[in-house]
Design a protein. Structure first.
Length: 170
C-alpha cells in the first residue's frame, strides 16, 4: 500500500529489583548505566534490566539479563510461582503479574518495562561494558536520591523503585 506510514512498536523489557541485607542494612543492587549511544542516560543509576527476546519467557529473560550485567544468579522472582502457562491451538501463552509495569510515553525509545522483586546469590561483578559501579545501596540512601535527585536515575526505574521503597519504609 503506497503512502502508508510504517509503525514503530514498544520494546518489552524486564527489570530486577534485588534486595539484600548487607552488614545488617537492607540494600538494593544499583548500577550505573553505560549503554552505547545512550547519550544523557549514560551515568544514570538503574537496576539490572534488559530486552525480552522474541518468544523468550520473561523469567528466563530476567535471569539472563541479571547474569549478563551483574554475575548474580536469581534464586527467586516474585510472581514466577503463580504464572500460568497453557498451550492451545499451537500457541503457548503465559500470564504473570509483575511487581510494577512502566511505559515511557516520550524520550529515548518506546519501552514497556515489567519490574520484578527478586532475590539473588553471589556477589555483583561488572561483566559488560553496558554497566559499571555495581553496589549495594542502603534503602534510605536510594530513597533520598529518588526524593532529592530523581534525575540521577534512569527514568523507567523511578516509579518501581519508589513504589518498592514506599512499601519498605526506609
Amino acid at each position: 500500500m503506497s503512502g502508508r506510514l510504517s509503525e514503530t512498536f514498544a520494546i518489552p523489557c524486564v527489570g530486577a529489583i534485588i534486595a539484600r541485607e548487607v552488614g545488617g542494612v537492607r540494600c538494593l543492587l544499583i548500577q550505573e548505566r553505560r549503554k552505547p549511544g545512550a547519550g544523557i542516560e549514560n551515568g544514570m543509576m538503574e537496576v539490572a534490566a534488559g530486552k525480552v527476546r522474541e518468544y523468550e519467557n520473561v523469567f528466563d529473560a530476567l535471569r539472563r539479563e541479571v547474569a549478563e550485567e551483574t554475575g548474580l544468579r536469581l534464586t527467586r522472582i516474585e510472581g514466577e510461582d503463580t504464572a500460568i502457562t497453557r498451550t492451545v491451538n499451537g500457541y503457548t501463552v503465559m500470564s504473570y503479574t509483575p511487581f510494577c509495569t512502566t511505559q515511557n510515553l516520550s524520550g529515548g525509545y518506546s519501552i514497556i518495562l515489567h519490574s520484578f522483586l527478586c532475590e539473588a546469590e553471589g556477589e555483583p561483578l561488572t561483566r559488560t561494558d553496558e554497566t559499571r559501579n555495581l553496589r549495594w545501596m542502603p534503602l534510605a540512601e536510594c530513597w533520598s536520591y529518588l526524593q532529592n535527585r530523581p534525575e540521577d536515575f534512569y527514568p523507567l526505574h523511578i516509579n518501581a523503585l519508589s513504589l518498592y521503597l514506599g512499601q519498605e519504609n526506609p
